[in-house]
Design a binder for this molecule. Sequence first.
Ligand SMILES: [Zn+2]
Length: 337
Amino acid sequence: MSYGSDYPREDPRQGYPSSGQGPSIGRAIGMRFIPVLVMAAMAGLFLLQSCQRGPFGRNQVIAIGPEEEKALGLQAFQQVLSESNVISRGPTVEAVTRVARRLAEASNSEPFRQAIGLPPQQFEWDFRVVDSDQINAFCLPGGKVVVFTGILPVAQTEEGLATVVGHEIGHAIARHSAERMAQTKVVQMVQQGVAVSMSDMAPQQVQQVMGMLGVGSQVGILLPFSRNHESEADHIGILLMSAAGYDPHEASRFWIRMQEATSDQKRPPEFLSTHPNSERRAEDLEAWLPEAIPLYQASQKQPTGKPLPMAGGLGGAREEPLFPIRRPSRERSPFPK
Ligand SMILES: [Zn+2]
């Protein structure tokens, strides 16, 4: 892709145009920044136009409508299901469906909506269990929840499962994937402005600067946003599980187990990671308990510590798969946890 430039280029081999005052370096530098400023102004306009009230009263930039977002969620859901070994019935499916349904119902309850500061949303819920050793679960936009059997030994109980599914539903309710799309768009707009401003430079130099800019925006802008999303999903998740009648004290216990279960997977330092570190996470979850406990007390509490059917070992008989595996599973969620 080539970028045009509206300002005259100067060929250093031929010297600067004679103005009687020698080379105007300041002017040349100033002109170089014009495309950056134009794209930054356009990005600013886009931010203003797409800004709306997000969870907990914060401002949120969203570039696509809920229907478009749902359609993308459905597309990803169908793709995951077509590539996975989906289990259709049995005690595991019943337990996962029971937990996910309670969370889904609580997600539109008045006390919960008031607590997160968002209006009710029209989700078309669907809950599926995938037979896989992968320690994962996710909720796609529009309410498509997928739980991998590999996470059940970590969840151990229905409260543990409610913690992770609550977190995933939190991402969907907060429309984090649509927000991430908007953030990426803004970063790309600014990068485009920089690319135009360097259109007279050698391709190698341009590549170097764009590479640095890419890493810079990843570490400086997109990753902090991702970490904020993770923290916000934790916050929404603990309130949601409480509103659904699951003991919020279980949340920090679950994330400790999760940390232990995934500790052998090489983990980058927090500033390069999309996830908050476990100490920070435990502190935050503790700090949100005063908000969560009243929701839990007002809910129809269920007995805590109910073990999941497959907890403590997955070597037993598998339930009947709904779809045969068409090709090897890529073992990857389209959305990060
Ligand atoms: Zn997450």
